[in-house]
Design a protein around this ligand. Structure first.
Ligand code: GLU
Length: 311
């Protein structure tokens, strides 16, 4: 492994909790263990979901557990020009089209085709506006998910995850033409993350397993924009009391900064690391030393639950 550049890219929708600390710690360890750099990016493009002040709180939480970035953080809300340039390039190359459909119309068109495909509450777009918006005003901008600009050839994306192994996804049928700029004018996560990972020179993406499913979309955007594809590692999730990814809704408490060593030990345990040290600095150094051997020992997401801790 060369000297890579890694990043942690939290959305400031709530303070860090035990689950998000796992991804933060893993990305930090991965960068430190290669003698590389670790960067922070605040992903505040989805402004309605962002909570004012939480960005600063997250930076404080990270500092309290000893995870300090090697450069000042960047905020996606200040990088709209870069996303606009990328969208313009994809438009010029004929990969993007305007879409005038409302959610309701998409659901109706799907039903008429006998489809019920859903992806995280997002309907697989049936391609209604591929041939134009029929005089209606374009609300959102979508990327063609086929291998060709005519919208015919299937597109299979293969990728290798350092923990999950070989993965593949049929982008056209499993995901469909996905949104790059939303009807409310906001940039979609997929475009922003790809543009920023490239702009920041990220070579190693380490993040939670819930995001693995986005990777093929991001790889496709990298291909079409002529950007390098980073190496991916998706880390185990900490599950809440309802068996789903830990979130505020299912009982995630904000990190307890009264005991940063405990927080780091717990996050490290999810990554298969057993830390004995008595101080935070020593525990982090111990974790860096163990990291190269950690990949084989990481827990499957399902076995990491807050329920167990409380029993
Ligand atoms: N901002 C995303 C999140 O907090 C993470 C994006 C990424 O790591 O690619 O879920």
């Amino acid at each position: 492994m060369g000297r890579g550049i890694g990043r942690f890219a939290p959305s400031p929708t709530g303070p860090l909790h035990a689950g998000s600390l796992v991804a933060a710690l893993a990305s930090w360890l991965d960068a430190r263990a290669q003698g590389g750099h670790w960067l922070l990016r605040i992903e505040d493009v989805d402004t309605p979901r962002c909570v004012p002040g939480v960005d600063q709180l997250i930076l404080q939480q990270l500092a309290a557990v000893g995870l300090l970035p090697d450069a000042p953080p960047v905020w996606q809300s200040q990088r709209g020009d870069l996303y606009a340039q990328a969208l313009a390039r994809l438009q010029q190359d004929g990969w993007v089209y305007g879409c005038a459909c409302s959610r309701k119309e998409i659901a109706q068109a799907q039903a008429a085709l006998g489809l019920t495909l859903q992806r995280h509450g997002e309907l697989v777009y049936p391609g209604t506006c591929r041939a134009g918006t029929q005089g209606r005003e374009a609300r959102a901008w979508r990327l063609l998910s086929t291998a060709d600009r005519a919208g015919i050839e299937p597109l299979l994306i293969d990728w290798n995850d350092r923990r999950l192994g070989q993965q593949q996804q049929r982008l056209d049928s499993a995901v469909g033409d996905f949104v790059l700029k939303r009807a409310d004018g906001l940039w979609a996560y997929q475009l922003a993350v790809v543009v920023d990972d490239a702009a920041q020179g990220i070579t190693h993406v380490v993040r939670g397993e819930d995001l693995a499913d986005n990777t093929p979309r991001q790889i496709r955007l990298q291909q079409l924009l002529g950007l390098p594809t980073p190496i991916y590692l998706h880390t185990p999730l900490v599950l809440g009391t309802n068996g789903e990814k830990l979130s505020k809704q299912n009982g995630a408490a904000a990190l307890d900064l009264a005991d940063p060593l405990h927080a780091i030990r717990q996050a490290a345990a999810v990554l298969g690391l057993r830390l004995q040290s008595a101080t935070l600095a020593e525990a982090l150094a111990e974790a860096v030393a163990q990291w190269p051997d950690a990949l084989g020992g990481m827990m499957p997401s399902a076995s990491v639950s807050t329920r167990k801790e409380s029993s």
